[in-house]
Design a protein. Structure first.
Length: 763
């Protein structure tokens, strides 16, 4: 079974195989990891200067990586800073990598007593960088280098895996080319485009040695006016196809390096992500899911980066997306230098990718502005399964026992269309091809490029690849040793479907009892079964630990978030409760959601998008300029701009902003709730939390005081037979629920020891 966590040693593992990770110490761990990623940010720089002044009275030498975690280096190189005692700042030092002199790679850094160098030639595995000189105490830093092909922390790479470099189109209209190996590698290609004053669009630059007459000019946020020419780099990282884009004039800018950034770059970076999930398995991807040539960012001097594995339509595994973003940002830093800060944006799948990687990889992302939001891909599918069981009950098991209005009340949604659209998202868990079910349901969703011969079929190919959210993340969920199938987390034991409708008087006692007696569950192939479904405890635990069920208590505890809406309740499954679920998870994890701003509206473009981007940039810039000793969460709140308040955008043209706290309600109890009422989902009607994060409920004995009706003796006995183990106790956290475990690894790297990181960061 490939579900073991890679740890440093057994001392930190309890008897259940779980690292102890108490919430009381979580923020300290986050701060330590954030410093690893953000050591050159203003606050961290100030602390480094203080340590350097202390070094003036000693012979201490500080060494740190600027490009990422020293224990998770990729691609054979690392950007390193050496801080010398002030008294020894002008003395010659010798820097060696594994015994070979690499002193020539270093040059004066941003401080008078620092040296910065791009150290190349790292061997795969362990490396040691040492610094020594006259009057200095010898110091060393261990660097662990992994292949640029990955993996580092996501475990054995998924198979099969279909290469698509040959159909990946570059900005100039050519293609990346045939894969070089079985890992889908491709050569790195640099192309240039420019904004044409003639066409008003990006066009290919004819030659890097001269600029056409119709090249537009752009003035960046830093106040520099430069030719609007963009350098786009395309290659492969972690088996995905990456791209970065940056203002770059090939006729005047120096060759890219972390020591000579392009003059048009404002030293800010944006991570962008694709959308979707169904079909997001076993492919490299022929598109990023979102165009890297986004003028609203590039024109202001922002650089962008992405990977096809940050597009859930190619890979619906947010942990792999985080690993790819980690490696992609590291590569960007080694190419252009350290950004002042990094923002993340996306819609739908790009929204939960932004949230999930920011939470599980603290310090990678400094601010998030998103729309069409979900907490994570699993939440969509698991809630969909509840709705799917209801559609089956109401269409096949008991098609005449409830009115349409009663069915909708049990579902929690605004109407039948909204309910069915959400329920049909359970297709993400169904590996059986050609299943006939309700209108709109499509089982076993595949990208057409995956050969049918590789696909699972319970009859003709029982060992084939399975197209589910669990199987694409099999290293996290674990696998059944008998079947090889990924373990599953869906569980509906003890769930009292329609409880809210019963207590509201919308359905009768007889309807409530029949529904819960006969709704049943699904097996590992999503076939309907009479019994309730039991989730695997180990899979539940690891999904929480890895953050693929969003926690909110990792990096998000100190990350500003602006969710700028995309209102839709009538159909399409992008509903408001998902947005509020994110907020609820932040409150559960951190005690409040003061770092979360929610703007509702009918769309997620034009005015809301531009405003969210501007406010987020202002917010993060202020945080980075705060050199106080306040904690990262405190800095987020104390530097919150006046415009970063809850509200909604009206449907007027142009839309008008109404500032008021956003609450979950279908009642016209506020201006925004009148314009944009919110509806629920099956498990909320069953008494579950709005957070949607209780995947397997703890049980309690039936308490008849929980019901607004009085059961007869026979009815009470029937209820006890339906729930022999008890019913959900929603006042308690879900079974195996725990905060995200920052620094976790599923191999080959070990899980990180936060104490070690704290020691490193405090040098």
């Amino acid at each position: 079974m490939r579900h073991s966590l890679h740890k440093r040693g057994p001392a930190e593992i309890d008897s259940a195989g779980t690292r102890r990770n108490h919430h009381a110490s979580l923020l300290a761990s986050i701060i330590a990891l954030s410093m690893t990623f953000l050591l050159v940010q203003p606050g961290a720089q100030a602390r480094a200067d203080e340590r350097s002044e202390q070094n003036d009275r000693s012979d201490n030498v500080g060494i740190r990586t600027l490009s990422g975690d020293p224990e998770r280096v990729s691609g054979g190189s690392a950007l390193v800073e050496i801080t010398l005692p002030f008294a020894a700042a002008r003395r010659a030092v010798v820097v060696e990598l594994n015994g070979a002199d690499v002193s020539g790679a270093f040059r004066p850094g941003g401080k008078a007593n620092s040296l910065v160098g791009l150290v190349t030639g790292l061997a795969l595995g362990e490396n040691r960088l040492t610094v020594e000189g006259r009057g200095l105490r010898r110091e060393s830093l261990d660097l662990t280098n992994y292949s640029i092909k990955g993996p580092i922390i996501s475990g054995p790479q998924i198979e099969p895996f279909i290469c698509q470099t040959q159909t990946f189109k570059l900005p100039d209209g050519t293609f990346l080319g045939s894969p070089l190996d079985a890992d889908c590698s491709a050569p790195t290609v640099v192309t240039y485009v420019y904004m044409s004053t003639t066409t008003g669009t990006f066009v290919a630059l004819p030659s890097p040695t001269s600029l056409p007459a119709d090249v537009a000019k752009t003035t960046t946020s830093a106040g520099k006016t430069v030719p609007y020419v963009v350098r786009v780099e395309t290659g492969t990282i972690n088996r995905g196809i990456y791209q970065n884009a940056i203002l770059f004039d090939p006729t005047s800018d120096a060759a890219p390096s972390p020591f000579s950034p392009p003059k048009g770059w404002n030293h800010r970076l944006v991570a962008i992500h694709g959308a979707g999930c169904p079909g997001g398995w076993y492919t490299q991807g022929t598109a990023e899911g979102v165009n890297v040539l986004q003028s609203m960012y590039l024109s202001q001097g922002y650089a962008l980066f992405i990977n096809t594995l940050q597009n859930p339509s190619n890979s619906c595994n947010p942990f792999v997306a985080g690993e790819s973003a980690m490696m992609g940002k590291e590569h960007f830093i080694k190419t252009f230098g350290v950004p002042d800060f990094t923002l993340s944006t996306g819609g739908s799948g790009g929204a939960y990718t932004s949230l999930d990687i920011a939470d599980a990889f603290p310090g990678l992302i400094d601010g998030i502005f998103i729309n069409a939001t979900f907490p994570d891909a699993a939440e969509i599918a698991l809630s969909g399964l509840d709705g799917h069981l209801l559609t089956h009950y109401f269409t096949a098991t008991n098609p005449t026992g409830f009115t349409d209005a009663q069915q909708v009340a049990v579902s929690g949604y605004d109407g039948h269309q909204a309910w069915y659209d959400a329920a049909n998202q359970s297709q993400r868990t169904d590996p059986v091809p050609g299943r006939v079910d309700v209108v709109g349901y499509a089982s076993a969703v595949w990208n057409a490029i995956v050969p049918v011969s590789l696909r699972y079929d319970p009859v003709t190919n029982p060992r084939g690849a399975r197209p589910t959210i669990w199987d694409v993340s099999r290293n996290i969920y674990g696998t059944d040793p008998t079947t090889g199938f990924a373990l599953r987390t869906y569980d509906n034991v003890g769930v009292q479907y329609g409880l809210g409708a019963l207590n509201a008087g919308t359905i009768s006692k007889a309807q409530f009892l029949d529904l819960n007696q006969r709704i049943g569950g699904v097996d590992r192939d999503d076939n309907y079964i009479a019994a309730r479904t039991v989730g695997d405890l180990g899979a539940l635990r690891r999904s929480y630990q890895a953050g693929i069920n969003l926690s909110g208590g990792g990096g998000l505890a100190a990350t500003p978030i602006i969710d700028f809406g995309f209102y839709n309740e009538a159909g399409g499954y992008h509903y408001q409760w998902h947005h509020f679920a994110v907020r609820e998870r932040l409150i559960i994890a951190n005690g409040d959601a003061d770092n979360h701003v929610f703007w509702r509206g009918t769309d997620a473009t034009s005015v809301p998008l531009n405003q969210a981007f501007a406010v987020m940039a202002q917010w993060v810039a202020a945080i980075k300029a705060d050199h106080s000793r306040a904690s990262p969460p405190e800095k987020v709140i104390r530097n919150k701009p006046a415009a970063a308040v809850d509200g909604c955008y009206t449907t007027a043209n142009p839309p008008q902003f109404i500032a008021e706290p956003q609450t979950f309600s279908s009642q016209p109890n506020s201006q925004c709730n009148t314009l944009f009422p919110s509806f629920g989902f099956p498990r909320l009607v069953a008494g579950g939390p709005l957070a949607g994060n209780n995947l397997k409920c703890q049980l309690k004995p039936i308490d008849f005081r929980d019901y607004a009706v009085t059961f007869t003796t026979a009815e009470a006995q029937q209820l006890s037979r339906i729930f022999p183990q008890g019913v959900c106790n929603w006042s308690k956290p879900g079974v195996e629920f725990q905060p995200v475990e920052v620094g976790i690894s599923f191999g080959p790297a070990p899980s990180e020891d936060r104490d070690e990181h704290r020691e490193f960061a405090d040098r």
